[in-house]
Design a protein around this ligand. Sequence first.
Ligand code: NAI
Length: 306
Amino acid sequence: MAIRFDNRVVIVTGSGNGLGKSHALEFARRGARVVVNDLGAARDGSGASSEAADAVVRQILDDGGEAISNGANVADFAEVEVMVAEALERWGRVDVLVNNAGILRDKTFAKMDLKDFRLVVDVHLAGSVNCTKAVWEVMREQQYGRIVMTSSSSGLYGNFGQTNYGAAKMALVGLMNSLALEGAKYGINVNALAPIAATRMTSDLMTEEVLALLEPEAVTPAVIFLAGEDAPTRQIVAAGAGVFARVVIQETPGVFLGTDRRDAEHVASAWEQISDTGGQRELEAGGEQTVKFLQKAAAELGIHLS
Ligand code: NAI
């Protein structure tokens, strides 16, 4: 079944360039009405221009699609509210939000100015929070919504020189986890993408040969899937070079040390068993961990929990 977005309104932040542009064009090809948001900032977040977003809108209109350009800075909630109001005024609903806008201020933690740390968190995390907040009530009322966060392997696994970016990108996974739980009964699915693509963001990290393999268009199918009607929820999908993978956070079964051995030395001596991944699994919500731990302790102690 083709994944279509006819009569759906889609906001893609930071879609004047790179991945966002590729997503916006593909949503439009699949029938969506697209808000092409872009502040038009440089890679480090400085400056602003509507040129890039306007060019993407022109391309969509030339191909017979529907789109409007918006220059909101996602880190500014008032500007984001205006963007959502414009979409509602024009088309009456917002079905999909792809939080994609982002910047880099790479430096080792030792050399990093806290201003650069805050700015990166502001654009990636607060920017995604602002946009999500501005559409959340709309989606709840519609009883329908699809939100895609843009995370990163730098957050999921770490990357030298990217403490600010990695922290913000992993925070988006936390945001997704709880939003997915809160959105479930309103038909709002929330997922995350961990892309790998050759854009201006990565241009100085890779060789020419590798860059050629990593076109943004190879990532976009994951976003379309995560934003479609039959999308899953609370999933992290990594995508790049035509490869798609699911990222999972799991917990080992754990070890009950009892009250008599409950000290740091016993944690150290049980470390191999504690970290044994056999039987590890995903948990559906934080509370499940509490239940699991209580059940494990109770079973070992022979206590019956009601
Ligand atoms: P890009 O630099 O080509 O595009 C980002 C766009 O966001 C730019 O057009 C920029 O003007 C816009 N933008 C920046 N700050 C903004 C703000 N405050 N408000 C509105 N728009 C703003 O970068 P790329 O590579 O396309 O990245 C897109 C997303 O994917 C980012 O969130 C990035 O962190 C993430 N990502 C990219 C990876 C890659 O390999 N390219 C790897 C992992 C994550």
